[in-house]
Design a protein around this ligand. Structure first.
Ligand code: ADP
Length: 541
């Protein structure tokens, strides 16, 4: 027997309609590409999103078609999120930091019919346009005064498109399983693959992300997503904030420590979210200028492992709670968040920090298990580590156009991460499976070794990679960047490891470099690093 409840489809357009009705005067503030600050409300955003939906339809964009964006976090990008998905088409947020040939690949693979882009990317689009086969319309996300004279043929102006329409528009209703957004993974190996979110998965994920033990978002928050809207939908914040009616603050391209700090202070930001590399810049700026936060209450750090030293700095030096989060593009992206249970709140500081250094507990909607090489499930004892598998209503079951075949194993999605899970359900990533260091038949966690290096007061950033060894197969080598004006020698850093790890985990060498390579999503690029070490030989081999 079925229940007797309404079958209202869960649609993305419902979010912005709700925010308009219930939080109509709550602000959305954007630092623009030009550097000035734009502010308006959810009500105005909703009106403009409706105009934009009509403008898209007038351009001939049909339900199911894909529309690309190359844009920073800002109000026009936000409007595109709602207008494109709201009319039943699919927004494909392309990461402009990818290599140009990857951008071309993604746009052609997605068969985007239109491309909306910020002024920053005019030279890029000019260069790539001849190769972007499916694009019929190029739209500059700006006003008439900022339109360039030449360059891209038939270039349209965003504000002119909006001026031509009225906001008299009703969002259409359709099946909630309809595709809403398409995000490609960076494709560190092979071609990028597209994760195709549905309206249903997006809404359920937004509910999950808003929970108190997830991002704990409410109408009392002012939220600054530093994580880009082209990186896994800014971890869903444009949806989740709209759902709860939080004020949103978009930083545009201004992601340096000074700009982020000033925006946090000016807009009374209570929550911010981003990858560790961005927070590194912010902490350095705070330290160098002896600044404090007046409103920032918590920060979500994920995308790669957050070093305990960073958690400690935020919490002890600046009074900001850290939510360590783990997820993937294929998971919409939230999987776990490292919030404490009542019992752990009572632990001493050091023990609490050890819990927070883990990637956290699964949110309802994400089931996890760890398995060995033969797919046998491993116990949740916090010690045994295995391949992390997940399943749930906001996790991908395949890639766009069937790329890469069926990724699932018995209905579970293999994350490619190696992890432990403790009896309280806290998951800890030891490594990406391709980064784990195999020594003498055992595994060494590169993340653990990196976290120790970063805890040294003279080290700003560190990566640990496995280097071929004639006897042990691989041995760990630390590649580190020193903090400006700080000194530490190879032997001093190695000594710093003593007593903190098993003897056989001791790195064989330390190399100091001026900077480390990063991927388009701000993670350490171990692939590039390993390649640059090809000619390197371990000491005594
Ligand atoms: P991309 O490769 O495009 O950056 P994702 O952002 O989807 O793709 O990357 C997901 C991966 O990032 C995860 O599988 C995991 O390896 C890593 N990751 C994300 N969050 C964390 C975290 N808190 N700690 C360690 N690794 C993380």
């Amino acid at each position: 027997m079925h229940g007797l409840m309404m079958d209202m489809p869960l649609l993305v357009s419902g979010l912005i309609r709700h925010a308009d009705r219930n939080h109509g005067d709550t602000e959305i503030v954007s630092k623009t590409v030009e550097g000035d600050v734009h502010r308006y409300t959810y009500r105005e955003a909703h009106a403009r999103a409706r105009r934009l939906a009509k403008a898209l339809a007038a351009l001939g964009v049909r339900p199911g078609e894909r529309v690309g964006t190359l844009a920073w976090n800002g109000y026009r990008h936000y409007e595109l999120y709602y207008a494109i998905s709201g009319l039943g088409a699919v927004i494909n947020t392309v990461n402009p930091r990818l290599f140009p040939d990857q951008i071309v690949y993604i746009s052609n693979h997605a068969e985007n019919v239109a491309l909306f882009f910020d002024a920053t990317f005019i030279p890029l689009v000019e260069k790539l346009a001849p190769q972007l086969k499916s694009i019929k319309h190029y739209v500059l996300m700006s006003d008439r005064a900022h339109m360039p004279k030449a360059g891209i043929p038939n270039l349209l102006c965003y504000e002119t498109l909006l001026e031509q329409e009225t906001d008299a528009y009703e969002w259409p209703s359709f099946d909630e399983r309809t595709a809403a957004a398409l995000c490609y993974t960076s494709g560190t190996t092979g071609n990028p693959k597209g994760t195709l979110y549905s309206h249903r998965s997006t809404i359920i994920h937004a509910y999950g992300a808003a929970l108190p033990d997830a991002l704990n978002l409410s109408a009392r928050d002012s939220v600054l997503p530093v994580v880009p809207m082209f990186h896994a939908n800014a971890w869903s914040l444009p949806y989740t904030c709209t759902m709860v009616g939080a004020k949103m603050v978009f930083p545009g391209p201004h992601l340096d420590g000074k700009s982020v700090y000033e925006l946090i202070e000016q807009e009374s930001v209570t929550l911010s979210a981003g990858v560790p590399t961005v927070w590194l810049m912010l902490l350095q700026h705070l330290g160098a200028n002896k600044l404090k936060f007046s409103t920032l209450d918590r920060t979500v750090i994920g995308g790669s492992a957050c070093p305990p030293a960073m958690i400690r700095a935020f919490q002890d030096d600046y009074g900001v709670k850290v939510f360590h989060a783990w997820g993937m593009t294929e998971m919409s992206p939230l999987g776990t968040v490292g919030t404490l249970k009542a019992r752990q709140e009572k632990l001493d500081k050091q023990a609490r920090l050890a819990v927070q250094a883990k990637q956290g507990r699964g949110i309802f909607g994400v089931e996890m298990k760890i398995v060995d090489e033969e797919s046998r499930e491993l116990p949740w004892d916090g010690k045994r580590f295995g391949n992390l598998m997940v399943r749930g209503p906001w996790i991908a079951k395949g890639y766009f156009k069937g790329e890469g075949g069926d990724p699932l194993k018995d209905g579970w999605f293999p994350t490619g991460d190696v992890a432990t899970i403790d009896p309280d359900g806290y998951m800890q990533i030891t490594d990406r499976s391709k980064d784990v260091i195999k020594s003498g038949g055992e595994w060494i966690s590169s993340i653990d070794l990196e976290n120790i290096a970063i805890a040294h007061p003279a080290i700003a950033e560190a990566a640990v990679v496995g280097v071929k060894h004639p006897k042990w197969d691989e041995r760990p080598v630390v590649v580190a960047v020193k903090k400006p004006g700080q000194e530490v020698s190879r032997d001093e850093l190695l000594k710093f490891y003593e007593g903190k790890i098993a003897k056989w985990w001791m790195p064989d060498d330390v190399l100091f470099v001026p900077e480390l390579p990063h991927t388009a999503t701000g993670k350490l690029s171990k692939l590039t690093l390993r390649e640059s070490l090809k000619a390197y030989r371990l000491p005594n081999t």
